[in-house]
Write a protein that binds this ligand. Structure first.
Ligand SMILES: Cc1cc2nc3c(=O)[nH]c(=O)nc-3n(C[C@H](O)[C@H](O)[C@H](O)COP(=O)(O)O)c2cc1C
Length: 329
């Protein structure tokens, strides 16, 4: 019996993939990805032209953002009832190729994570005092632990607070850093509205200091107060064994799986990478918190008290290089 080749995607299905990818989180909401659809293969491209010299000089966060987009792409394909295989690539601009396979049943878990894609957003506020049950906490860790990615609950919060407080003070005074952040702070309404950047509202002063992006007017509580605030949150440090591009991509896919699992369980969350880019910060974090690998991101989560506003996205057409939509309209 001859095997039937898997069918190529329809334009409606490509539209579903594009919407899922577009809603992924990304550093400064730069959306540094594109899709190239080639029959039953989809390449995830990294837009290397997106450069954040101060926040992300080595492109780690850009690659992690692509990893988050890859999780959404895979989930969308599975919810379309297709099997898929993901291969890491690092040639030209492609970071991964997803090969679409035969029809398969959609699992309840994939369905729940896919539906969390549109509801997930960065929640930089304090969380409510409701406790996150141990089983829920474990579910998040299980969702994110993949080969080479480790999730660590930080101990030694006094030292963690000292380091974060120090980073906040440095970043507040760093003019180059602040100029770059201002360029990526978006106005979501009016004539200057763009489809990228972090909305001004999302960085309101009510956001917890160090839970968001540090600006010149971000208040810095003293270290003891900060340690108490950290103790009231649920934190996971996302670590990788090494520091390669493949590991940055893996950290991003894991991060998004945790974030979607949290969202599906009515939790809210935000990600912190800003201080990790300061010279020497990672090494200090590894030694002070006794981490088992290279810290790539800090994930904070809890039950929300207030809703977080959505952030803008670029038009879907910009997801396809030179308008190449593989037949999608
Ligand atoms: C790799 C990566 C690094 C990020 N770093 C930070 C950060 O340091 N501070 C912060 O407040 N948000 C950070 N974010 C969140 C983005 O700013 C956010 O995803 C983006 O503005 C889109 O908003 P949304 O998550 O609500 O969709 C990061 C996201 C990613 C994927």
């Amino acid at each position: 019996m001859t095997a039937v080749a898997p069918a190529a995607l329809t334009s409606e299905q490509i539209g579903t993939l594009a919407r899922a990818v577009s809603r992924a989180p990304s550093v400064h909401n730069t959306q540094p990805w594109q899709l190239l659809v080639r029959g039953t293969e989809v390449d995830l491209l990294e837009r290397r032209s997106v450069v954040l010299r101060r926040q992300d000089p080595f492109g780690r966060d850009r690659m992690m953002s692509c990893g988050a987009a890859l999780t959404n792409l895979e989930l969308a394909l599975r919810v379309l009832g297709r099997d898929c295989h993901v291969a890491f690539r690092d040639d030209e601009d492609a970071v991964a190729t997803v090969t679409i396979g035969r029809p398969r049943a959609v699992s309840d878990r994939d369905f729940a994570l896919y539906h969390a894609i549109a509801r997930r957003r960065s929640h930089r506020h304090e969380f409510s005092h409701s406790r996150v049950a141990a089983a829920v906490h474990t579910a998040l860790v299980v969702a994110g632990e993949t080969t080479g990615v480790h999730l660590v609950v930080p101990a030694h919060l006094d030292k963690f607070a000292q380091l974060l407080g120090f980073a906040t003070r440095v970043l507040r005074e760093d003019r180059g850093y602040q100029r770059e952040l201002a360029m990526w702070t978006a106005h979501t309404t009016g004539p200057s509205a763009t489809g990228d950047g972090v909305p001004e509202d999302a960085l309101s002063p009510e956001a917890l200091p160090v839970a968001g992006l540090v600006r010149t007017d971000t208040p810095v509580p003293d270290d003891a107060v900060l340690a108490d605030r950290l103790a009231a949150e649920n934190l996971l440090v996302v670590c990788t064994d090494g520091d390669t591009r493949a590991e940055h991509l893996a950290a991003g896919t894991a991060l998004q799986r945790i974030w979607l699992t949290a969202t599906a369980k009515a939790l809210a969350a935000s990600v912190i990478t800003q201080p990790l880019h300061l010279t020497g910060f990672r090494a200090r974090l590894v030694s002070e918190l006794v981490l088992p690998g290279v810290p790539q991101a800090i994930f904070r989560f809890g039950y929300p008290e207030v809703p977080a506003a959505p952030s803008p996205r670029l038009p879907l057409g910009e997801l396809f290089p030179d308008g190449h939509r593989g037949g999608a309209r």
